[in-house]
Design a protein. Structure first.
Length: 82
């Protein structure tokens, strides 16, 4: 019986503490305070940047470059020049 009383007391104290913390929390931002997306015809997260790999030097098989040696060399390509 004594353990049950302790459990109920802890639960009530937790509820009261949670209610106080919830009341002290700041309210959510208003809709006009939210950031706005730029006006585009693209979906969020979609990029329209295209890249083309630079020319890879042609060497013999003994001295060829491995993928980890290329360091992701790319060049930007204009949207009209794919």
């Amino acid at each position: 019986m004594f353990i049950g009383l302790i459990v109920v007391t802890v639960l009530i104290a937790g509820f009261v503490l949670g209610a106080r913390l919830h009341a002290a929390a700041t309210s959510p931002p208003l809709p006009e305070d939210q950031p706005r997306r730029p006006v585009t015809d693209r979906l969020p997260g979609v990029t329209s940047e295209f890249r083309r790999a630079l020319v890879v030097p042609r060497n013999d098989q003994k001295h060829r470059l491995r993928p980890h040696q290329l360091w992701g060399r790319t060049e930007r390509v204009a949207p009209g020049r794919r």
